[in-house]
Design a protein around this ligand. Structure first.
Ligand SMILES: [Mg+2]
Length: 127
């Protein structure tokens, strides 16, 4: 067994996914059906719509409390909605010719830089 297979097996045994962001982005594109001449608009509306679905589920958890019947199922439903959000993120990345993994790395670098400079809090894109 080569090193890559060994690493995948190790992750599988621990219940971790071994899909890469790049592979996710490639596979997600296989289910992309929307008018290409309005791609940015369509995908942005889809992303905010799915984020809204998460917000609504979280709102209902606030209303019903953590001791509501099926609480863990509701958390699982929120996790599934995260997948919908991710799909739109991946397709938006395609639309702006960005690799999803590189977007993830750039975001982590940005946040680490802000943390090192003590400006994680506050606001503004360029802090
Ligand atoms: Mg959804």
């Amino acid at each position: 067994m080569d090193l890559e297979q060994e690493a995948k097996q190790w992750m599988e045994e621990r219940g971790m996914s071994n899909i890469t962001a790049t592979e996710y982005q490639r596979q997600a594109a296989e289910t992309a059906i929307f008018p290409k001449h309005q791609a940015l608009e369509y995908l942005t509306l889809g992303l905010t719509g799915e984020a809204g679905e998460i917000a609504n589920k979280v709102k209902k958890l606030i209303r019903d409390g953590a001791d509501v019947e099926g609480y863990n199922d509701k958390l699982q439903q929120i996790a599934m909605e995260l997948g919908d959000v991710l799909w739109y993120c991946a397709m938006l990345a395609n639309e702006v010719d960005a690799n999803l993994g590189r977007v993830m790395e750039a975001n982590l670098h940005k946040l680490a830089d802000r943390k090192s400079r003590g400006v994680i809090g506050g606001s503004g894109d360029n802090r």
